[in-house]
Design a protein around this ligand. Sequence first.
Ligand SMILES: Cc1ncc(COP(=O)(O)O)c(C=O)c1O
Length: 407
Amino acid sequence: MITDLQAALSTSAKGMKRSAIRELLKYLGQPGLISFSGGFPSPLTFPVKELKEVMNEVMDNEANIALQYGSTEGDNLLRELLVKRYNAKGLNIGKENVIITTASQQALDLVGRVFIDPGDPVIVGLPSYLGGINAFHNYGANMIGIPMDEEGEDPVYMEEKIKEQIAQGKRPKFIYLIPDFHNPAGMTMSERRRKQILEIARRYDILILEDSPYRELRYEGEEQKTIYELDGTGHVILLGTFSKIFCPGFRIGWVIGHPDVLDKIVVAKQSADLCTPPFTQRIAARFMEKGLLDSKIEEIKKMYSVKQKGMLKALEDFMPEEFTWTRPQGGLFLMLEGPKYLDTNAVLLDCIKEANVAYVAGTSFFCDGGGHHTMRLNFSYESEETNREGAKRLGDFYKKLIANHNK
Ligand SMILES: Cc1ncc(COP(=O)(O)O)c(C=O)c1O
């Protein structure tokens, strides 16, 4: 090993942050630990039997495609099927508007690479998805946090911040939004708010990065149009992924956008991984072609809707009365807010060791360092019974903390 690794590191590597969630995964092996931490789908939703059949067919009939290098833009069949699927839901796109990425996380990284120079402002929600914040941070973004209400990011505050940045000669590079079942805030952005933010983006000529991995996991309420669909002027880059509706192990996501933007992302992707594995892309495409994805999504929605209701009931039964939480219409997470004097990050390891239950501390999601009294719970991974037991352990742990504080 070289003697001074630190000196050898690039400035950006020195500034890179570990993902608090990925770090927590280390503890998942602790016996009896109930984990509400990752955004893991339930393994019971994985279509093992169907996939075995599709895989065999692909190996029998088109191994030459599945096992070969593929184009950086992605498998043509998969892109065509995605175009069909989106257009059936109201979009008006062609194959030139879609590229495949190694899931959404790569898309976030590539968008960061293509648009962010050190010090560039990027608009994000308070809170926002940790993996997005970290990706932009690694390229030196100056994250401008926008407070949120039940409709989404505050447009008045957002516009003020944008004006401030422009006055200093720094036009924000993009506005990062998670409008459907926000991770972690849980809200779904209203159509009115989508239009307001779109209007701001157009007025100041700024891109919107619409990250929507949970969009298809709606358990109640009415579907909202994507911001991409509301736009139609090329101001929006829309990200999708199979991770939460099929299987994250395939690492397949996609970017929908203007061909000029996609072209830049493709060039950046060429030096990242040449192409997303053609093996998983072709299997996913054949799986979709057989109509298996839609039935899978219906099955997943049924399962998670029951889990979400069970989790909400368990929180009511077991959490201290000082806590409140979100009631999202879909997605995989609930966000809890405790009394302001609590620091959920400071006590997280104690909670894991003493109560054998893990969550993600809210501070990870706030680029301004706020949210110390909040936490995010996932309800999709563990069984309903385990979720209930975990909520009880969490409730008991925090009841004790609050009682000690009130002594
Ligand atoms: C908002 C958001 N974006 C992107 C991702 C990354 O997902 P993947 O890379 O598995 O597609 C996640 C994962 O939890 C997420 O919640």
